[in-house]
Write a protein that binds this ligand. Structure first.
Ligand SMILES: Nc1ncnc2c1ncn2[C@@H]1O[C@H](COP(=O)(O)OP(=O)(O)OP(=O)(O)O)[C@@H](O)[C@H]1O
Ligand SMILES: [Mg+2]
Length: 377
């Protein structure tokens, strides 16, 4: 390891890892490692889009009592789990490290303590085995995983893939962006949140209602039996042109409504509140996607598929509304299966394969990055 005084980031000297030797096989095996937030995960995925094994160790119970992820605790938990998770992943696939062709790990963006744990583990394995290493952008993992495995009501059956270009709604705990995905490493930002992410809004509203962490799945479930018209949430920016989002106003409206509330906060209240909040988020997403589809750049690219990815892609109402939108625009709608929406090693392994295919492997020291916009790839 060497310290680079210019940017004060620790860089890893990759030594002999200079080659991208294509294994002479029909199918290439990639070990992917994810550790950017509160999941320690590894997976073995092949280039024919099979997931041979996939282990996700979730730290949710460790962070639950704090109502959110505590970065220092997350980093320590990754250190304790990483070896076991990697070993179990190899065992579950019936493979040894010698059978693996490509190593991939998240190199950012994310909580840097956690990113370092996974990245250093991957670097050590790659150096010891002299195998190619891919530094995966976590967001690219979310963005490309629909090409590994997508479920879609209209068009993409099991076993088919999502072709480039596609219009992507990337909605996660830390990001909310509309992107035109032209290819691996080719992302054009069409719109993004100017404040909170959608996932953050779900988590904060859940916390206000005392429902627990992570909030998205709980609010989603409560909303399914609630009345979305009972509470009047704002739809920020929806009366304005453009494709950007703002969720902090919806969150503040929730706070004010709860502070002023004089009605009993019973199950019906909570369900209706969640349904009304969720309906506002859905309306914002659909409004902004409609605007995105009307932009010159998207029209010129003419994407055939509308894709949702990231943890918030698990949301049933968002999936249903986006499917209707795709239908109305004669597009295919695609979403990853539920277990590949929130953070997971399979999406990192798949992004590893997609990058390896175009020769994008580590050839010089790589500094893991807490921030790493997709548009910088
Ligand atoms: N059913 C759901 N409805 C809405 N939100 C959900 C649902 N399930 C999960 N989420 C939200 O998804 C988020 C977690 O997603 P993800 O793991 O992709 O985020 P992250 O990795 O922390 O952020 P990023 O990928 O931007 O770095 C949380 O905010 C969680 O509440
Ligand atoms: Mg994520």
């Amino acid at each position: 390891m060497q310290n680079n005084d210019d940017d004060k980031l620790i860089k890893i000297d990759m030594g002999t890892l200079q080659s991208n030797v294509a294994p002479n096989k029909d199918s290439v095996l990639c070990l992917g490692i994810e550790s950017s937030c509160d999941e320690t995960s590894a997976a073995i995925v092949d280039s024919n889009r099979n997931v041979l094994s996939h282990i996700i160790y979730s730290q949710i119970p460790e962070h639950q009592k704090y109502g959110g992820v505590v970065p220092e605790l997350a980093a320590r938990a990754h250190i304790l789990a990483i070896d076991t998770v990697i070993n179990q992943t190899l065992q579950a696939a019936g493979k040894t490290i010698n059978d693996i062709d490509v190593i991939a790990a998240t190199a950012g963006p994310g909580l840097i303590g956690g990113v370092l744990v996974g990245w250093l583990a991957a670097t050590g394995i790659a150096q010891a085995t002299k195998k190619p290493l891919v530094a995966v952008n976590h967001l690219e993992g979310h963005a490309l995983v629909p090409r590994l495995s997508a479920t879609a009501a209209n068009g993409i059956g099991a076993g088919a893939s999502v072709d480039f270009p596609y219009l992507l709604m990337l909605a996660s705990g830390g990001h909310c962006q509309i992107l035109l995905v032209r290819g691996v490493g080719q992302y054009e930002l069409i719109g993004q949140t100017i404040d909170d992410s959608a996932g953050e809004a779900f988590d904060k509203v859940s916390k206000m209602l005392g429902l627990g962490y992570p909030g998205g799945p709980i609010v989603d479930k409560r909303a399914s039996s609630g009345n979305p018209k009972r509470f009047n949430f704002p739809r920020p920016l929806c009366d304005k042109p453009g494709c950007d989002f703002s969720f902090s106003g919806i969150k503040t409206a929730a706070r004010i409504m709860l502070d002023k509330n004089t009605q009993p906060i019973d199950d019906a209240f909570i369900n209706d509140f969640c349904a009304s909040f969720q309906a506002a988020v859905v309306d914002c997403i659909i409004n902004r996607l409609n605007h995105a589809m009307a932009t010159d750049v998207v029209r010129a690219a003419n994407p055939k598929t509308l894709v949702v990815a990231g943890g918030v892609a698990k949301n049933s109402a968002i999936r249903a509304a986006m499917e209707n939108l795709a239908d109305a625009h004669n597009m295919i709608f695609a979403a990853p299966p539920m277990n590949l929406c929130t953070d997971n090693g399979a999406m990192i392994a798949w992004a590893g394969i997609e990058n390896w295919r175009i020769g994008n492997i580590v050839r010089e020291p790589v500094a893991p990055r807490p921030r790493w916009p997709l548009t910088e790839l």
